[in-house]
Design a protein around this ligand. Structure first.
Ligand SMILES: *Cc1c(COP(=O)(O)O)cnc(C)c1O
Length: 427
């Protein structure tokens, strides 16, 4: 292959990738698609520039407009989340987490975190960012059926262990974290409360999940591309004293990045503006769709966790498919049938066998973004139940493709343009 052919091959693969997603039902709980107006920001000149440091205190020239953009993104974020402080520089949720870890904790310090098999994220694991910073971890006790931290048992643990920081927030985040219930324990242990809202940031923005700052969190981190339908990027929100905020900001720069990604930051600003306008309606519909899918699957004989509490209060739910061949097989069969979801550890897996865990995780945020309502969500859920029980199906695949054809626009945003339209300009 010539170099030109290599380049064209990459372009072709990207287009085929787009076609695959255009024809499939996207249910990965950590993904979403952006509005055309936000997407436009990604291909501007902002993506080629440096702006180290804070607005109006930069190291390079050429940042006159960048400063105004960053000021505006911060202001929008403070308004959307009703907080005093926002830092839109982290380039991912993990980068935001590392900034807090570097800003607030030193090697040897203790942090309390959700267990991986209870839905915790790798950045809070021993082999992830927390462990690589040399922190000692203790895991909260949790209820395996709802994958939720148990407030009384967790309170006892932190009073005994006195961690410097208590981290909440999960990658399987079905129900709000018990911040209010544990407020006395935080006080007694004297710990800083850090809420990782990567998955649920859009639901918090739409006021439909919990309000961590009002419930006692000092700082929130998040990815901006999961339920918040923005660019691949991160953010930190705070309502803290200036000193703690300064330490966290030093954790961002120079702690864990030099330049931030200015095009993504601008795209995040557009997303936040759209969230101010449409975020509440969007978040409400996401949760309705997730609950509709979960109950349809349950009615069709699939074990969905958390039934006693209505399966979920977020965008996501999780199924146990161990009796149908396990998460690996089921996820592959779904993919071949035009439905994209991921295998996931369940409590019963005990952190073993992450290549073939017992669970399948599902998120309703992206289908909601393109206009799915409960009846459409139930249609998909019935097809999923069929594939889970009987294996892959070409018929389901063509039905899913046909269904998807009637959802060609991004909703809950300014303008009413087709998804992928921007990228198609380059064909
Ligand atoms: C997704 C996720 C993150 C960070 O993800 P990035 O891919 O780095 O944006 C952090 N914490 C939790 C709980 C997550 O689910």
């Amino acid at each position: 292959m010539s170099a030109l052919e290599d380049a064209l091959e990459l372009r072709k693969l990207a287009m085929e990738h787009q076609k695959f997603f255009r024809e499939s039902i996207p249910l990965i709980a950590s993904e979403n698609i952006m509005s055309p107006l936000a997407m436009e920001m990604l291909t501007t000149d902002l993506g080629f520039r440096y702006a180290e440091g804070l607005p109006h205190h930069r190291y390079y020239q050429g940042n006159f407009y960048v400063d105004q953009i960053e000021d505006k993104v911060i202001d929008l974020s403070n308004r959307v989340f009703n907080v005093k402080q926002s830092d839109p520089r982290p380039v991912s949720g993990t980068n935001a987490n590392m900034s807090v870890i570097y800003g607030l904790l030193k090697p040897g310090d203790k942090i309390a975190t959700p267990d991986l098999s209870g839905g915790g994220h790798i950045s809070a694991a021993k082999f992830g960012a927390v462990g690589l910073r040399g922190l000692n971890t203790v895991n909260y006790p949790y209820d395996p059926e709802t994958m939720s931290v148990l407030p009384d048992e967790a309170s006892k643990l932190i009073i005994k262990e006195k961690p410097k920081v208590c981290l909440f927030g999960q990658s399987v985040f079905l129900f709000p974290a018990p911040l209010r219930e544990m407020a006395d324990a935080f006080q007694e242990a004297g710990c800083t409360v850090w809420y990782d809202g990567a998955h649920v940031l859009g639901l918090i923005a739409g006021k439909q999940f919990q309000d961590p700052i009002r419930e006692g969190a000092h700082v929130i981190t998040g990815s901006t591309h999961k339920t918040l339908p923005g660019p691949q990027h991160g953010i930190i929100l705070g309502n803290t004293e200036d000193d703690m905020w300064k330490s966290i900001q030093r954790g961002v720069f120079p702690g864990t990045l030099s330049n931030h990604h200015l095009n993504a930051m601008a795209a995040l600003g557009v997303t936040l503006a759209e969230t101010l306008e449409f975020g509440e309606d969007y978040a409400k519909q996401i949760i309705k769709n997730a609950r509709a899918m979960a109950s349809e699957l349950s009615e069709n004989g699939v074990h969905v966790l958390g039934e006693s509490r209505g399966f979920t209060e977020s965008h996501t739910f999780i199924m146990n498919v161990s009796k149908f061949g396990g998460g690996k097989l089921v996820a592959e069969n779904l993919e071949k049938s035009g439905i994209v979801a991921n295998k996931n550890l369940l409590p019963e897996d005990n952190n073993r066998n992450s290549q073939n865990p017992s669970g399948i995780r599902v998120g309703a945020q992206e289908i909601t973004r393109i206009g799915f309502k409960e009846s459409d969500a139930r249609t998909v859920a019935r097809s999923m139940a069929e594939v889970i029980k009987k294996g892959q199906s070409d018929r389901v695949r063509s039905e899913m493709k046909e269904l998807k054809e009637s959802f060609t626009q991004v909703k809950y945003c300014f303008g009413n343009l087709k998804p992928y339209e921007y990228i198609e300009l380059y064909r």
